[in-house]
Design a protein around this ligand. Structure first.
Ligand SMILES: Nc1nc2c(ncn2[C@@H]2O[C@H](COP(=O)(O)OP(=O)(O)OP(=O)(O)O)[C@@H](O)[C@H]2O)c(=O)[nH]1
Ligand SMILES: [Mg+2]
Length: 247
């Protein structure tokens, strides 16, 4: 009895050892697949060169788009279709693919069709009417920030406070405060629909932290504000920001 018992011990040890090795091999495989997947995700993200210009009608998106692409101003009319063009931001670097999305309420949803290929979003604001359009601005901006691609891929968003040449224009700090206050109110309404899904399958997202007033700083993606004027051809900081994201 005791001799056969003794004979079993090495056999059990061998089995235990084999199981341990199999488990180790499996864990290594899982880790390798994980590393490869995240590498692919990062390189896929970094290979995207599309930047979207979004914002309400009359904000100056087409004016900025034209200026970036042609280096000069143009008379614009309300866009009824997106404008797409490749623009060289830095000589010798791959051009950026810049898409100007019409601001009309029936067309602006198109931004979500471009989100899968977007690397960054510029949200253009008419700084001279921001105080009158705060609700509309916050609603559109909320959709951009809560978009599943913005959320999952932490897409950086630039809020370009355009028309800084006009005396009636608000400074970027003022616009930021207006938007934070409005998004704070808006997210209560949207939170009521938290369990539902919209037609695109985007989940309704609560922006920021519950129980704390909304600030852009609480978001996981980068949100930056700057002032610009397409009228004065003062858009260099937009181009610098785009280049900073892409290269
Ligand atoms: N004063 C001033 N006017 C500007 C500036 N940028 C654009 N505009 C004017 O604002 C108006 C609207 O500009 P667009 O570029 O057509 O606006 P948009 O955002 O493309 O508008 P939609 O196509 O309707 O979505 C035009 O009359 C522009 O000349 C600016 O920096 N300062
Ligand atoms: Mg336009």
């Amino acid at each position: 009895m005791s001799s056969s018992f003794r004979g079993l011990i090495p056999h059990q040890l061998i089995i235990a050892n084999n199981e341990y090795l199999t488990l180790l091999a499996l864990l290594t495989l899982v880790a390798l697949v994980g590393i490869a997947a995240s590498f692919l995700l990062v390189s896929k993200r970094n290979s995207k060169n599309t930047i979207l210009l979004t914002g309400l009608p009359f904000a100056g998106k087409t004016a900025i788009h034209y200026l970036i692409n042609h280096g000069k101003s143009v008379e614009t009319v309300t866009s009824i279709k997106e404008n797409e063009a490749d623009a060289v931001l830095i000589d010798g670097k791959t051009p950026a693919h810049i898409v100007d999305i019409p601001g009309h309420e029936r067309l602006r949803f198109k931004f979500s069709e471009f989100m899968p290929i977007a690397r960054a979003v510029v949200f253009v604001v008419d700084s001279s009417t921001a105080s009158r359009q705060t609700r509309l601005l916050a609603e559109y901006l909320y959709d951009v920030l809560a978009d599943k691609f913005t959320q999952n891929e932490r897409i950086p968003v630039l809020i370009a406070c355009n028309k800084s040449d006009l005396l009636t224009s608000f400074k970027k700090e003022r616009i930021q405060t207006l938007l934070e206050t409005e998004i704070n109110k808006l997210r209560q309404t949207r939170a009521a629909a938290l369990d539902t899904q919209d037609t695109d399958g985007n989940e309704n997202v609560f922006l920021g932290f519950e129980g704390k007033d909304f600030t852009f700083q609480d978001l996981e993606n980068e949100v930056e504000f700057l002032e610009c004027s397409a009228e004065n051809k003062d858009i260099e900081r937009i181009k610098d920001w785009m280049a900073g994201v892409l290269y």
